[in-house]
Design a binder for this molecule. Structure first.
Ligand code: 5RP
Length: 236
């Protein structure tokens, strides 16, 4: 459900505060992973200002074409994917996080690249507004990236797991399916409650045609979550 305008402004302000707090975790010379979504976009904007003002020299790789375009526009030096490339710090948003720092990601469709960079990072720092911290995952539909050919069988398999799958539509043309940056489909799985994320992740990993799922387990080291005008650090 979309929050009313004033609540949505409040959440946007919280996202910006978390992003500003994350900038203080960046050290000169770091190699960074840049996340995707509105919270990550706030961070990239602030990082761009720091780079422009000569306060920070960093290099970065982005988790989506959108974040890459934003970073390029702001003059943040970009690194192509290459063997041996590791990230000191990746800063990314999340759709849901629980107190053990298990995450649902992929609302912006970038879950595959996000998981690749998270896995290649020494430290994954999540930035989030107060609405994202939940006692149990699953209210937010769990995204999957799916090879188009496999779609019907993936939908059957997810339905058997109780995930009520919905093929995501393109935002600009609702008659067309949304595509990831890799050209794959995105399927949103409405589990409502995920009491055992590890078990669901293990089950999803066995479905042929599921390229990646949006459960990020054991990947994040810390989260900066804004509550009103305070940013709190959540660690697993
Ligand atoms: C994109 C993501 C985003 O991090 C997630 O959707 C949060 O987005 P926002 O910061 O706009 O709320 O996983 O694939």
């Amino acid at each position: 459900m979309t929050p009313p305008a004033s609540a949505s402004n409040q959440l946007d302000q919280e996202k910006r505060l978390a992003a500003a707090a994350a900038l203080r975790w960046v050290r000169d010379g770091m190699v960074l992973g840049l996340g995707t979504g509105s919270t990550a976009a706030h961070f990239i904007a602030l990082l761009g200002e720091a780079v422009r003002d000569g306060q920070l020299r960093v290099q970065a790789t982005a988790t989506s074409q959108a974040s890459e375009a934003q970073a390029r526009e702001l003059g943040i030096p970009l690194l192509e994917p290459q063997r041996g490339l590791r990230f000191d710090l990746t800063i990314d948003g999340a759709d849901e996080l629980d107190p053990r720092l298990r995450l649902i990601k992929g609302g912006g469709g970038a879950l595959l690249r996000e998981k690749v960079l998270a896995t290649a990072s020494q430290y994954l720092l999540i930035i989030a507004d107060s609405s994202k911290l939940v006692p149990q995952l699953g209210q937010f539909p769990l995204p999957l990236e799916v090879v188009p050919f496999a779609l019907p069988w993936v939908l059957d398999a997810v339905a058997e797991l109780g995930g009520s799958p919905v093929l995501r539509s393109d935002r600009h043309n609702l008659k067309e399916p949304a595509r990831s940056d890799q050209g794959n489909f995105l399927v949103d799985c409405h589990f409502t409650h995920i009491p055992d994320p590890e078990q669901v992740a293990a089950q999803l990993q066995t479905i042929p045609g599921v390229v990646e799922h949006g459960l990020f387990l054991g990947l994040a080291q810390a989260a900066l979550v804004t509550q009103g005008d305070q940013v709190m650090v959540v660690k697993p």
